[in-house]
Design a protein around this ligand. Structure first.
Ligand SMILES: NC(=O)c1ccc[n+]([C@@H]2O[C@H](COP(=O)([O-])OP(=O)(O)OC[C@H]3O[C@@H](n4cnc5c(N)ncnc54)[C@H](O)[C@@H]3O)[C@@H](O)[C@H]2O)c1
Length: 317
């Protein structure tokens, strides 16, 4: 089976490419490398350096393809507040173009990178897939709009699809070409920022008075290797005319201080931190209910926070 990986030179997409090849899939990549890195693309794969927004680029990338894993997009919450039109254009219009070109090419299988940001401030944790969707920023709104577009596409054109709503993705994978890891600029994710913290530029702990056991926010982290395992299980379970939505996390929460403690242990020194005021819009606790993915896909995440921290540390050392 040939899989088109959009965003296949980004952090998660490049990891998917590597694992899919190991499992025997043939790969095509479409990526404009705005936040990805062309050097992650393995020799021998079909790599179109082009845009999701170009009908021609997408049609070319779909030649000979049986299924699509759609990772390409813009994913910084803060940037989405500053540039909502850009986020709508790349994420929503780009996905519309992809769906139309898939239809024109007769490609009917899709696995999409959605996000926990579709839920917004949760009324209940752990968060179920049936929870209300009230995104609190333009990034989350674009992911929800794409999920809704895919549901309509399954109903009207009969595609087989899954949206995977990631919580916080972390860790890295050592490939034959070196580490596939987060190389975002700016980096907004906690674990790489904790591991790069210095006494001159300490990582900020946003809020120490949240209603949690140690006063810091609690989030759910999933290792990128476990995440891609879920993608492959979702791909293999797709059914025509059905759009399934699955939450992907570990089902456990870790506070910011617990992540810093795990990182300090792994690094062998106390990570410097700076207690700072709460950020507006941060919920106290975000934890996924992952029972649907466990029960319907037979997926079980196997890498804990220590492995996520250790792999990230190895990737940046
Ligand atoms: N990293 C996380 O914790 C997380 C959490 C939830 C959802 N997601 C989603 O997962 C996906 C991958 O995230 P990531 O962390 O690997 O981000 P990333 O920025 O590393 O990867 C995104 C890729 O998409 C490419 N891209 C962007 N615009 C494009 C366009 N117009 N045409 C073609 N390619 C384009 C970029 O060059 C990049 O390679 C994104 O859709 C993101 O919203 C990530």
């Amino acid at each position: 089976m040939r899989v088109l990986v959009t965003g296949g030179t980004g952090y998660i997409g490049s990891t998917a490419v590597d694992i899919l090849i190991t499992k025997g899939y043939e790969i095509s990549i479409l990526d404009d490398c705005t936040t990805g890195h062309a050097d992650t693309a393995p020799a021998g794969v079909s790599f179109i350096q082009g845009s999701l927004l170009s009908a021609g680029d997408v049609a070319q990338a779909l030649v000979g393809v049986d299924a699509v894993m759609h990772f390409a997009g813009k994913s910084l919450v803060g940037e989405s507040v500053e540039k909502p039109d850009l986020y709508h254009q790349v994420n929503v219009d780009g996905s519309r173009n992809l769906l139309d070109q898939m239809h024109a090419s007769g490609v009917t299988k899709l696995v999409f990178s959605s996000s926990a940001a579709t839920y917004g401030e949760p009324e209940q944790v752990p968060i179920l897939e049936t929870a209300p969707t009230k995104p609190t920023n333009p990034y989350g709104a674009t992911k929800l709009a794409i999920d809704q577009m895919i549901t309509a596409e399954a109903e009207s054109r009969g595609i087989a699809a899954a949206s995977l709503r990631y919580f916080n993705v972390a860790g890295a994978l050592k490939s034959s070409r070196g580490w596939l890891a987060e190389r975002h600029n700016p980096e907004t994710h906690l674990i790489p920022n904790v591991l790069r913290s210095t006494s001159d530029n300490p990582v900020k702990v946003f809020g120490t008075d949240w209603p949690t056991p140690d006063g810091t926010c609690i989030r759910d982290y999933v290792h990128v290797v476990d995440l891609i395992d879920a993608h492959i299980k979702a791909l293999e379970s797709l059914a025509p005319k059905i759009h399934e939505i699955y939450n992907l996390g570990s089902g456990d929460g870790y506070s910011v201080r617990e992540v810093i403690a795990a990182a300090s242990k792994s690094a062998g020194y106390q990570i410097p931190t700076l207690d700072s005021p709460r950020r507006a819009g941060d919920p106290a606790v975000l934890i996924a209910d992952i029972n649907k993915a466990k029960n319907k896909l037979g997926w079980v995440p196997t890498h804990g926070i220590e492995k996520m921290v250790a792999d990230t540390l190895a990737s940046i050392s």
